[in-house]
Design a protein around this ligand. Structure first.
Ligand code: AMP
Ligand code: MG
Length: 346
């Protein structure tokens, strides 16, 4: 397949690219576009064969549902059978933004989009170019992260190009994703509201409007093969670089002492750590931000994980675990999966 590259950095100056992307989507084609969380691989959410091409391009398991992106709250009505009042409060506070809500789906959403479920995940992205493409396409856009299934999510145009060239109809070349981790997935049903995946909009932010807010067990725990996942995406290997990774929960001193010993035994051991660790670790260390700066950690983490794929002969990567408050919970949730739940506490 030939993949068209479309530059779009500015809504007015790059209006032609936005028009082309919108037209391709309307015609049932696949287009990768920037969002503030990560880049998304989009197709018309109503069009079964277009959505099928998303799963093919990513190599994504067919029971892993897609998030449907819209550009205006009123566009939610045809997609769902019920809208709880709280949705409008949340929309006013957090949309456009990194919050995805799960509601009972209407018949207009084909089962291929919802991964066979009777619910649908919906979000309005904050990125202006994304919203303008969706608006001009005139249809809701199903879009998972634009990476090959299993690898770290793409936060730059180059990440998308490296995974998806020849696999999609077009890729938008735009700015790096601001947030850097995916949206928060929030289940709104008859039970207490529940976070199925932590993301850009934090537990602490949502708690102000949802005093009964719960965090699903699958956010921090491994899901057994015979267990049903509330969010099917949680059960798959995810966000993993090529080398084996171990997540290390420790303070600065214990972490640095530990990895230095490991590096003495094996010079091909690498470290993903905080700025504060770097001065104590002489070799093979990449920082993903300051220890308390979860916003920067979220922004950098996927790019840093991908960067390790370009280094030859890595035997193992030790990753310094972030604390789990605010967006740190989202970063931690991604990293336990990058590490296939291989966690060491010092
Ligand atoms: P991605 O599109 O790669 O950001 O992944 C979307 C995430 O949202 C996955 O973890 C899905 O399992 C989850 N998700 C999407 N739709 C639903 C749904 N209807 N019910 C539960 N989880 C969902
Ligand atoms: Mg993904």
């Amino acid at each position: 397949m030939t993949t068209q590259i479309l530059d779009a950095f500015d809504i007015e100056k790059d209006s032609d690219s936005i028009d082309i992307a919108a037209k391709l989507l309307r015609e049932g084609k696949t287009v990768i576009f920037p969002t503030e969380t990560v880049y998304g691989l989009g197709a018309n959410a109503f069009d079964e064969s277009a959505v099928k091409n998303i799963f093919v391009a990513k190599g994504r398991p067919s029971d892993n549902p897609l998030i449907v992106h819209i550009s205006d709250v009123k566009d939610i009505e045809p997609l769902v059978t019920e809208i709880p009042d709280i949705l409008y409060t949340l929309a006013e506070k957090f949309w456009p933004g990194a919050l995805t809500v799960i509601l009972p789906k209407s018949q207009r959403i084909p089962y291929i989009t919802s991964g066979g479920l009777d619910t649908v995940a919906i979000r309005i992205p904050q990125n202006e170019i994304a919203r303008e493409i969706i608006k001009r396409a005139g249809v809701p856009i199903a879009a998972p992260s634009a990476n090959l299934s299993g690898s770290p999510s793409p936060t730059t145009f180059l990440h998308c190009k490296s995974d998806m060239m020849g696999r999609v109809d077009a890729i938008i070349n735009s700015f790096d994703s601001l947030v850097g981790v995916e949206s928060t997935v929030l289940l709104l049903d008859k039970n207490e509201p529940r976070i199925l995946r932590p993301g850009g909009i934090t537990y602490e932010m949502l708690l102000q409007y949802l005093p009964n807010l719960q965090i699903d067990k699958g956010v921090l725990n491994i899901i057994a093969d015979n267990e049903k996942a509330s969010s099917p995406g949680m059960k798959y290997k995810h966000y993993a670089p090529n080398a084996d990774c171990v997540l290390v929960k420790a303070n600065t001193k214990s972490f640095c002492d530990f990895v230095k010993k490991e590096q003495q035994k094996d010079k091909n051991v690498y470290v993903i750590c905080f700025d504060e660790d770097i001065e104590f670790i002489e070799n093979n260390a990449i920082s993903y931000g300051k220890v308390d700066d979860h916003t920067t950690q979220a922004h950098n983490i996927f790019a840093v994980l991908r960067q390790t794929n370009d280094i030859e002969n890595i035997s193992k990567i030790y990753i310094h675990a972030p604390s789990m408050n605010d967006v740190g919970l989202a970063v931690y949730n991604r990293l336990i999966r990058s590490c296939a739940f291989n966690i060491t506490e010092l």
